[in-house]
Design a protein around this ligand. Structure first.
Ligand SMILES: Nc1ncnc2c1ncn2[C@@H]1O[C@H](COP(=O)(O)OP(=O)(O)OP(=O)(O)O)[C@@H](O)[C@H]1O
Length: 619
């Protein structure tokens, strides 16, 4: 039986012999190569002429002619169809590739979104900032600590609208329930006259915005997150309430050896702890000056110093401890003192203290508290995610915010200059001429700090240097001689960037731009403090990561500062994607999203390397 299909047979008959060049994947046996109509016409004419003079009747010739015409039409139809099919195919292909492109883009966006969600979820699911015991027992306090402090009657009689008007006047934003009123005069805060006199002697006569809302809030026993510009007087805002609390306790029943402390102030670096300790000492001595009030006892608890030097402090009842986390944990574990009656925990530069990677130490410290405490967190930078995390962990917290968290102090004139790596040292000398001393120079790299100091010394500049690898004596010497004015210039790594309050620094030079914009904000914040103005000059070049430049560009724009042309040309890749540009919720940087946050990268790197920071030497 002939298995050939009729179609195939017919086609074979019409085009008997052309070779077929079938591709491997063309498996259809019935395939007959297409013969163009012109060729077929030629073949037909050849056939006709091969008949020579053979007589043909007219009908046959007409039929042949009609056949040819039919075939020509058929060919034209086929071409038209092919053209249409091709157009449709191309269109389909276009649509397909457009969709693929869109899909790829969407997937990229989607991917970023998903990654961001994941990171945020990880942050959200962090264990609350409570001690392990509190977490394990599910202890959850719902009421703030009660204190005997009351605002004066005329303040209590003001309406909420009036309170709000005062806050608006001072650009104070508050969040929380039942917020204590702002108080515009120290005297109305019921601060002892001896302290007020001392403050007056230091030209501290009216509270700054963070103080006028923060101090009454803390006096009222409320948990507090205080965010305000660098140099805006946060230290007084969290030390004064502890001094008053300790005074109240001491007055009720004097402390004897082995008792106390009433409260603790945690700082991320030894230098900052030391500075805060000295502040507390001056304020407590001022308090006791006229003999009307007792002398409160304060202990400095930081790494790198011998605690035996403070044995006289330990031999009496203890009121206040100022500490870095590592040494404090050590002392508590060794039972040198305890937190059985401790009710006040304040963290300065709190975002740094409770950043990913640091929180375990804080939780460990919390586990030594045996009763409810009042918790206060202060910083100039506090990204939203850290605020949220902290708020979850506090009791009826009040958030006091002066300006955007992480914004630069407006009293600092920020100058950003493009300086090639090899030209930096020479240009530095030129820069030093801009203002009289004292000047701080920041570099992210310890070796560079040493190199800069060496270079300056060679050029006859009185410079000291400080970084995490220096001994404690060297660090103390650098701070002391710079503070006293014996040295004109201090070259420092990030260790000296947070919280340190030097007298009237005229100029901060940032030799190498830190990757994290928060660090930049703290570094330039060493000048322009306490209402005075200052200059910050920052060197950037092609080694500065683009996203750091973007963060910087937005920060300058926010502060109404001049954006140099080379910075203007740095484009935000997110702008091309459209949509609103949001600051990074992890570090507060305005120039990038969470998925490429340098702080998150650094934290992860640190977590992988070890569980402790190395540079700040706080331990
Ligand atoms: N009410 C005030 N009026 C004038 N000066 C003040 C007032 N309160 C504090 N100061 C001074 O302002 C300076 C900066 O204060 P402080 O170190 O507390 O700032 P800060 O907000 O903690 O800054 P940073 O964020 O850098 O740690 C200090 O020298 C302090 O004496």
């Amino acid at each position: 039986m002939d298995s050939e299909s009729p179609v195939k047979r017919r086609r074979t008959q019409r085009s008997p012999s052309p070779p077929s060049y079938k591709l491997d994947d063309e498996q259809d046996d019935s395939y007959v190569p297409y013969v163009p109509v012109a060729q077929r016409r030629r073949e037909k004419l050849a056939k006709l002429s091969s008949w020579g003079g053979a007589r043909k009747d007219v009908k046959d010739q007409q039929r042949e002619q009609e056949e040819l015409e039919d075939e020509a039409k058929e060919e034209e139809r086929r071409r038209e169809k092919a053209r249409k099919e091709r157009t449709l195919l191309m269109e389909a292909q276009d649509v397909h590739s457009r969709k693929a492109e869109e899909d790829a883009k969407k997937t990229e966006e989607q991917k970023t979104k998903e990654a961001e969600e994941e990171i945020l979820e990880a942050i959200r699911s962090r264990k609350k900032l409570l001690s392990d015991l509190e977490l394990a027992k599910g202890i959850q306090y719902t009421e703030s600590l009660k204190t005997s402090w009351r605002p004066p009657k005329y303040v209590r009689d003001r309406s909420d609208e009036e309170h709000q008007r005062i806050r608006q006047k001072h650009a104070i934003l508050v969040e929380g329930e039942d917020i204590p009123p702002p108080i515009e005069h120290f005297v109305d805060m019921k601060i002892p006259p001896s302290i007020l006199d001392y403050l007056k002697s230091q030209r501290i006569t009216a509270p700054t915005p963070i103080q006028l809302q923060g101090i009454p809030t803390a006096f009222a026993g409320r948990d507090l997150i205080g965010i305000a510009f660098t140099g805006s007087g946060k230290t007084l805002a969290f030390c004064l309430p502890l001094i008053m609390l300790a005074l109240e306790e001491e007055t009720k029943l004097p402390f004897v050896r082995g008792e106390g402390p009433v409260g603790v102030i945690l700082c991320p670096s030894r230098e900052l702890a030391n500075q805060t300790y000295e502040n507390v000492l001056t304020w407590t001595s001022a308090l006791a000056k006229e003999g009307r009030y007792p002398l409160l006892n304060t202990l400095l608890c930081i790494g790198g110093i011998s605690m035996s030097e403070q044995s006289h402090t330990m031999s009496k009842g203890l009121h206040i401890v100022v500490a870095t986390p590592g040494r404090l944990i050590d002392m508590l574990e060794k039972k040198k003192f305890n937190f059985n009656n401790c009710k006040y925990l304040c963290m300065d530069e709190a975002d740094r203290m409770i950043d990913l990677g640091f929180e375990d130490d804080v939780r460990n410290i919390m586990s030594f508290f045996k009763r409810q405490r009042q918790t206060l967190l202060f910083s100039a930078t506090m990204p939203r995610k850290i605020q949220d995390f902290a708020q979850q962990s506090l009791i009826r917290p009040v958030l006091v915010n002066v300006g955007r968290a992480g914004a630069a102090n407006l009293d600092v004139l920020q100058v950003v200059e493009y300086v090639k790596q090899e030209a930096k040292m020479v240009y530095l000398l030129e820069c030093l001429q801009k203002t009289p001393p004292p000047v701080i120079i920041f570099s992210e790299n310890k070796n560079e700090v040493d190199d800069i100091q060496e270079y300056l010394l060679l050029k006859g500049v009185e410079a000291v240097a400080i970084h995490g690898s220096k001994t404690q004596e060297e660090r103390q010497y650098a701070i002391r001689s710079f503070k006293s004015g014996a040295k004109d210039v201090m070259v420092a790594s990030g260790v000296a960037s947070k919280g340190l309050d030097f007298n009237e620094i005229q100029h901060v030079i940032i030799f190498s731009m830190p990757k994290e914009i928060e660090d930049y904000v703290h570094q330039i914040g060493r000048t322009g403090r306490s209402g005075k103005t200052g200059i910050a000059t920052t060197f950037v070049n092609m080694n500065t990561p683009e996203q750091t430049l973007l963060d910087l560009k937005y920060l300058l724009m926010e502060a109404g500062q001049k954006v140099p042309p080379f910075l203007q040309t740095v484009e935000d890749p997110r702008a091309a994607q459209g949509g609103a540009l949001r600051g990074c919720p992890v570090c507060g940087g305005l120039g990038h999203g969470i998925s490429n946050c340098p702080k998150l990268e650094e934290t992860q790197r640190r977590q992988m390397a070890a569980h402790r920071p190395v540079d700040d030497g706080g331990y």
